[in-house]
Design a protein around this ligand. Structure first.
Ligand SMILES: Cc1cc2nc3c(=O)[nH]c(=O)nc-3n(C[C@H](O)[C@H](O)[C@H](O)COP(=O)(O)OP(=O)(O)OC[C@H]3O[C@@H](n4cnc5c(N)ncnc54)[C@H](O)[C@@H]3O)c2cc1C
Length: 481
């Protein structure tokens, strides 16, 4: 890292720099009033907040380049920002910085139906990109609950996962071209719409998952997929985590190409949602006593009942062997929506019962029972008034290992235990051969785990890459490393 001190340079965000930014992109694109800045200074949960020296809202890559070059010359820290739905505080400044929001960069640049590619501005929301693909009978198979706000640049910068990774991979697998404005304002145009490009280092992969610490993603070429003709969705109470893994084996054997989502919700998670969303629970005949549940989804490309029949048979078999205790196979779009709404209600249900601790860990899938048992025991030892809320993408070995207070009054105690809980779960997931952050990234909240658990050459290579691309340490200072 260079010896330049960004903190010392915070004072460089003078009227002169703001005047230069206004001159470059117009006064309507530079927010300095505290009331105008406020919504860019905290995340969607209001868990993280910081101070933006000013917020800039560029409309094009050229404008982003101008902003970056002004900030580089003035040695001013910048924070790239998407939809602020990230869960680790990555998009919120830790020191006074110029926040660069891409929310005005929302153009579809090109669509190629033959190559099934979509070139977009990075500020387009994931939901809008998915809708565009859908209108052309194609799919952008990245499924996350925040798609209405999360931007393409944000999901690339965090390499977002979601509920379809089992079949389609992480965001990284969908990005074939990238445009990035570098720390000094240079533009790298890597917007190639080809699946094959073996011309040296795969530079785009450096920026995917870099959490705004290496450059600003301004455009991307996304690989689309054929749209399924239909989906078959089921909600199944399951007696144990071992039984859940048997069901996964069974479904994979019966329909290997069709299974796209295999989501788990622990008994405590199901009870929490049922208490906070009794309407959804009633619609699905689920109660606080239903126990753990699986959400299973298959895609159908035949346009017939074949996929539904195979899923029906596989689940019928699991019912007979006691691996599931019931199966609600969605019979309508409304019923499918209700099943997904139940799954997506977890974050909001947690908000309803007080403070929540969020962890997002992965282990080799066969170690999931150990992760759940040992992780829950560790949490209870640290904070007896806590309830582990475990759910997530079981098919990928990825569990959102969250924690809620047993009663709202225990919120303060839980908050006090948060660092210990996070450290215990991070240690455990690494011990079991996994990762302390499966898909949410590092940001500010998991930075200590990164420096504690990933030592030696791994951290050194990361620091060398950072120093090469951001020699002045201006990009998203204090995040990740
Ligand atoms: C309800 C909900 C459900 C979610 N579900 C999932 C899930 O299933 N799987 C999953 O992986 N994640 C999930 N997430 C978190 C996920 O990380 C974000 O939703 C998404 O990836 C972030 O997009 P964003 O545009 O909001 O980025 P932000 O939160 O604004 O930013 C995230 C990080 O990316 C950087 N960044 C943003 N835009 C750019 C850019 N253009 N160039 C460079 N850096 C940039 C920021 O500096 C920051 O470090 C969920 C979040 C919510 C709220």
């Amino acid at each position: 890292m260079s010896g330049h001190s960004v903190t010392a340079n915070a004072s460089a965000m003078t009227e002169t720099v703001i005047a230069a930014l206004v001159d470059a992109i117009g006064s309507g694109s530079v927010l300095t009033d505290p009331a105008d800045r406020a919504r860019y200074e905290s995340d969607w949960r209001n868990r993280y907040s910081g101070t933006a020296s000013c917020v800039v809202l560029p409309r094009s890559t050229a404008e982003v380049a101008k902003v970056m070059s002004i900030c580089y010359e003035a040695r001013v820290a910048v924070v790239p920002q998407g939809g602020r739905t990230g869960l680790v505080g990555g998009a919120i400044p830790q020191i006074p910085s110029v926040v660069i929001s891409l929310e005005r960069m929302t153009q579809i640049r090109a669509f190629d139906p033959l190559g099934m590619t979509l070139a977009v501005d990075a500020g387009l929301t994931l939901g809008a990109a998915r809708a565009y693909a859908g209108e052309h009978d194609l799919a952008l198979p990245i499924l996350i609950g925040a798609e209405g706000s999360a931007q393409i640049g944000g999901i690339i910068a965090t390499n977002a996962g979601g509920s379809n990774v089992l079949r389609y991979g992480m965001t990284r697998q969908r990005v074939i071209g990238l445009e990035v404005v570098l720390a000094d304002g240079r533009i790298w145009n890597g917007m190639r719409s080809v699946a094959k490009d073996n011309t040296g280092y795969g530079l785009q992969h450096l920026f995917i998952g870099s959490e705004g610490t290496l450059g600003i993603v301004t455009g991307a070429v996304l690989q689309l997929s054929p749209a399924p003709r239909g989906v078959v969705t089921a909600l199944c109470p399951v007696p144990s985590i071992d039984a859940a893994l048997s069901v996964l084996l069974k479904l994979r054997a019966a329909m290997p190409e069709a299974l796209v989502a295999f989501e788990f919700m622990s008994a405590a998670t199901v009870a929490l949602i049922a208490s906070q969303r009794p309407d959804l629970a009633a619609a699905l005949a689920i109660s606080g006593e239903s126990g753990a549940c699986l959400l299973v989804e298959c895609e159908d490309f035949t346009g017939t009942d074949a996929t539904q029949d195979r899923m029906h048979d596989a689940l019928g078999n699991a019912l007979e062997t006691g691996e599931i205790s019931d199966a609600l196979l969605a019979q309508s779009v409304a019923q499918r929506d209700a099943i997904w709404a139940f799954r997506e209600a977890i974050s909001f249900a947690q908000n309803g019962v007080g403070y929540s601790v969020k962890n997002d860990v992965s282990v080799p899938i066969g170690r999931i029972p150990d992760l759940l048992a040992q992780g829950s025991a560790a949490i209870m030892a640290i904070c007896p008034d806590a309830v582990p809320i475990c759910y997530g993408h079981l098919g990928d070995g990825n569990i959102h290992f969250n924690v809620s207070p047993a009663v709202p009054e225990a919120s303060a105690a839980l908050q006090g235990c948060e660092p210990q809980i996070n450290a215990a779960l991070a240690d455990l997931s690494e011990e079991l051969g996994g990762s302390f952050s499966a898909e949410h990234g590092v940001g500010q909240s998991k930075r200590d785990s990164l420096s504690r658990l990933r030592s030696g050459p791994e951290l050194e290579m990361m620091r060398q890459i950072k120093a090469a691309l951001d020699p002045l340490g201006l990009m998203n200072t204090g995040k990740l490393l």
